[in-house]
Design a protein around this ligand. Structure first.
Ligand SMILES: Nc1ncnc2c1ncn2[C@@H]1O[C@H](COP(=O)(O)OP(=O)(O)O)[C@@H](O)[C@H]1O
Ligand SMILES: [Mg+2]
Length: 274
């Protein structure tokens, strides 16, 4: 199958106080239409910057340099102008972040902010409020939440509202960057179930960033494992969960909590071993 997104030999470096730090090192991967691809790795391994680079949401050069190739369909993402990029952001690829409470502006209602996103991207919607309410219902919220301010909703409900906003312009790809990390375990499960359903009903392609292999196993068809800016392992998630080859992946999988089995203490990953 033709990939929807193809990343080839991508390198990302940040320049800070005259020092260049190479944070993503020569990674290549594809995202196929309507698959769920997980990117797994410890904090700081380069997952978010990789995902942000697909939408060119990183600082401009010289603060951040991107080398390599990113294609979205036929488009050469690293060569697009700001105007062309605006079309991809939202309608092509939508992004939801880990912390929904910081993604909404606290002084406007949820409905107002979703309506703004609709107005910005879709000029031809007549009844913006009705469409926003339809989106809220799609993610398991009620019409009355249109009038709610962000602080009036729980973390899980805020994340649902973020997902509603991301869906506003019918994106083909949804990048979910640790969408459940800030939530309680039961709520995490509900959000993952919601994403799973939306993937089917909206024909979405999902790139799911997580450090939780338990989620990967239940949700993603394929997985990339990142470690210190490199992809150390990639393949079918079932295969990687049952037969991890890289010691880092093995260590991550050993940390999956099993229901009913309480681990005495967290396993410590010994980084010097890789
Ligand atoms: N805007 C930035 N400026 C400088 N360094 C950054 C910036 N964003 C991320 N980094 C660095 O890039 C590395 C990878 O970060 P990130 O992709 O956020 O990791 P992850 O999402 O896997 O936790 C980290 O070392 C981080 O400090
Ligand atoms: Mg991150």
């Amino acid at each position: 199958m033709e990939p929807l997104i193809a990343v080839k030999n991508l390198n990302i470096a940040f320049l800070q106080q005259g020092v260049e730090t190479h944070v993503v090192k020569d990674i290549s991967f594809d995202v196929c239409p309507q698959e769920v691809l997980a990117i797994v790795g410890e904090s700081g391994s380069g997952k978010s910057v990789t995902a942000l680079s697909i939408m060119r949401l990183l600082p401009p050069p010289p603060y951040c340099t991107l080398r390599g190739e990113i294609t979205y369909g036929q488009l050469d993402v690293l060569k697009l102008t700001e105007k062309q990029l605006r079309k991809i952001r939202g309608a092509g690829v939508a992004y939801i972040f880990q912390e929904p409470s910081t993604s909404f502006n606290p002084v406007f209602t949820i409905g107002y902010q979703i309506a703004e996103a609709i107005r910005l991207h879709l000029a031809d919607v007549d009844d913006v409020k009705a469409y926003a309410i339809q989106l809220l219902r799609k993610v398991g919220l009620e019409g009355q939440h249109y009038e709610a301010y962000p602080h009036m909703l729980s973390g899980g409900m805020q994340q649902r509202a973020m997902i509603a906003m991301a869906l506003a312009c019918h994106p083909r790809v949804l990048i979910a960057d640790e969408p459940t990390t800030a939530l309680d375990v039961t709520i995490q499960k509900q959000i993952i179930e919601l994403l799973k359903n939306l993937q089917r009903t909206e024909n979405l392609t999902i790139v799911l960033i997580t450090h939780n292999f338990g989620i990967v196993r239940h949700f993603a068809q394929r997985v990339l494992v990142m470690f210190q800016g490199k992809i150390v392992e990639k393949g079918l998630s079932e295969q990687i969960v049952t037969h991890p080859r890289h010691p880092y992946t093995q260590a991550l999988i050993a940390c999956i909590p099993t229901i009913g089995q309480r681990k005495e203490r967290l396993q410590i990953i010994d980084y010097s071993a890789f």
